[in-house]
Ligand binder design. Structure first.
Ligand code: UDX
Ligand code: UDX
Ligand code: ADP
Length: 470
């Protein structure tokens, strides 16, 4: 019979492990959930008395308030949590490799391997080990080999793949009410039994028909494919936005018309300055690397084009700003509203805003940045990474971080909307206009604002997927 899970350990207290396992704790009061991380300051933040959590996610604080200290614990004592658990989620980071074989596209599995080896070293009893980080196909197989080669007598390890599909900004609602939960296992009696154990955890709140069980490799590939197909929709609509700008068609109208086809559906068809986030680019590049490893160059090229279109979209947008401002932005002040990769998150990984600011910086513009959530230190470290060989002090001569949209727009020539924060729609645009140099330009990279309203105030407005208005 499948073992009944009573203690869960989650290795990695990041954007995935933290919210996911906090929600499991809330929904399963009979299970003790311990989330561990090597990063002491991250764990301290999860444990902070005033709930200053390390990530910003709507609804997360309530979840942590409800379960922390009851059956949800955060700790740096990785070994103790592994030891007592019957089920272990591995939810560590899997960044794209920066050097070595596959640099720029393969996943860096060092963290997964180290966590796996730690489990093998510490465990004195049988465990179900669940791969939760997004990893290329067959990682579960490697994890299994490492665990089996290092296990003590009487310890068996069953490996499951259980990719997470939550989106940042809506993580808690996604977790409470997932479209589906996907569990991959070996199709052996032991594998299926482990699968049932994990399935029983989710069954505490997820309807049975939404819990999909498949083979290990299908599960791993489905996660990469799901993200690749979502990103592909955005690149497709962004490619069409370029045609709209050249022809006078309106991308919003086109997307609306396309999305009405029930075979296509309306979601994820919003043209933008380019997708960001920790997953889309990384997962597509993993898929590209996987395709190449399988000697499928045409398949690799097909998926790579999704990322290239995204790069093109960002470049195209920066160029449009420069072109519109009479072909030079040198010495001009540009307000960039939004730095996060999407609204309702403080996460900046692969944010399109970074690329835009880098481009504006290299044109020697002055840039004012405002984002309601992103920490200032994060902005400086992202810009230092994006603009290498330039000391931060020197970047600071051109870039200023502001504490409100109004302040950022003061004395600017142009406002660029890079993130779709709702508050940008509610800005006092009359006041913004009064404080700007004229002509005052607005570039809407998110189809966020009412362009006609702004034109009435006097702004010159440029929107993604719309031709210039004379
Ligand atoms: C994504 C997947 O949605 C999620 O299922 C997976 O688990 C992790 O990767 P996330 O990256 O958090 O989630 O956010 P998502 O809402 O998918 O947005 C990704 C990027 O695409 C953002 O930069 C967003 O602004 C952009 N986007 C999204 C668009 O430009 N247009 C759209 O229509 C939708
Ligand atoms: C298509 C559009 O669906 C329709 O809206 C438009 O008006 C005309 O073009 P049609 O070509 O008649 O219609 O058939 P469709 O059902 O779209 O199939 C087109 C091709 O795609 C067929 O060869 C079909 O076998 C193939 N197909 C379709 C797949 O291979 N996989 C699928 O999942 C769907
Ligand atoms: P994700 O978005 O995938 O959740 P994050 O980078 O936000 O990625 O979180 C991953 C977390 O995993 C980090 O906080 C990191 O410190 C932690 N981590 C990485 N390797 C280990 C390990 N071997 N043991 C414990 N924690 C680890």
């Amino acid at each position: 019979a499948p073992i009944k899970v009573t203690k869960i350990c989650c290795i990695g207290a990041g954007y995935v492990g933290g919210p996911t396992c906090a929600v499991i704790a809330v929904k399963c009061p009979h299970i003790k959930v311990t989330i561990v991380d090597l990063n002491q300051s991250r764990i301290d933040a999860w444990n902070s008395p005033d709930f200053k959590l390390p990530i910003y996610e709507p609804g997360l604080e309530n979840v942590v308030r409800e379960a922390r200290g009851r059956n949800l614990f955060f700790s740096t004592n990785v070994d103790a949590a592994i030891e007592e658990a019957d089920l272990i989620f591995v939810s560590v980071n899997t960044p794209t490799k920066k050097s070595g074989v596959g640099a720029g596209s393969a996943a860096d599995l060092n963290y997964v391997e180290l966590a796996t080896r730690r489990i093998a070293t510490v465990a004195n009893s049988s465990k179900i080990v669940v791969e939760k980080s997004t990893v290329p196909c067959r990682t579960a197989e490697s994890m299994r080999t490492i665990l089996e080669a290092n296990s003590k007598p009487n310890c068996r390890f069953d490996i499951l793949s259980n990719p997470e599909f939550l989106a940042e900004g809506t993580a808690i609602t996604d977790l409470f009410n997932p479209d589906r939960v996907l569990i991959g296992s070996l199709q052996t009696p032991e594998g299926l039994s482990a699968c049932n154990s994990l399935s029983a955890v989710y069954a505490n709140w997820v309807p049975q028909e939404r819990i999909l069980t498949v083979g290990l490799w299908s599960s791993e590939l489905s996660k990469l494919a799901a993200n690749a197909m979502l990103a592909q929709r955005i690149s497709s609509i962004n490619a069409l936005s370029a045609i709209c700008e050249a022809t006078g068609a309106n991308i919003d109208e086109v997307a609306h018309a396309i999305g009405y086809d029930s075979r296509v559906g309306p979601k994820f068809l919003k043209a933008s300055v380019g997708f960001g986030g920790s997953c889309f680019q990384k997962d597509i590049l993993n898929l590209v690397y996987l395709s190449e490893s399988c000697h499928l160059p045409e398949v690799a090229a097909y998926w790579r084009q999704v990322v290239e279109m995204n790069e093109y979209q960002k470049r195209r947008f920066s160029k449009r700003v420069v072109d519109t401002l009479f072909n030079t932005i040198t010495g001009k002040r540009i307000a960039v509203l939004g730095f996060a990769f999407k609204a309702d998150t403080g996460d900046t990984r692969e944010s399109a805003a970074i690329t835009l600011i880098k481009d504006f910086h290299s044109e020697r513009a002055l840039v004012n940045i405002y984002d309601p959530q992103v920490e200032h230190n994060q902005i400086w470290s992202d810009l230092a990474d994006a603009i290498p060989q330039t000391p931060v002090d020197s970047i600071k001569k051109q870039v200023t971080i502001c504490s409100s949209a109004l302040e950022a727009c003061k004395d600017a020539e142009a406002v660029v909307i890079a993130t779709e924060w709702k508050e940008f729609r509610e800005i006092d645009w009359e006041a913004v206009y009064a404080g700007m140099n004229k002509p005052a330009f607005v570039f809407d990279g998110r189809l966020l604002i009412d362009a006609d309203k702004l034109r009435k105030i006097g702004f010159k407005v440029t929107t993604i997927g719309r031709a210039e208005v004379a």
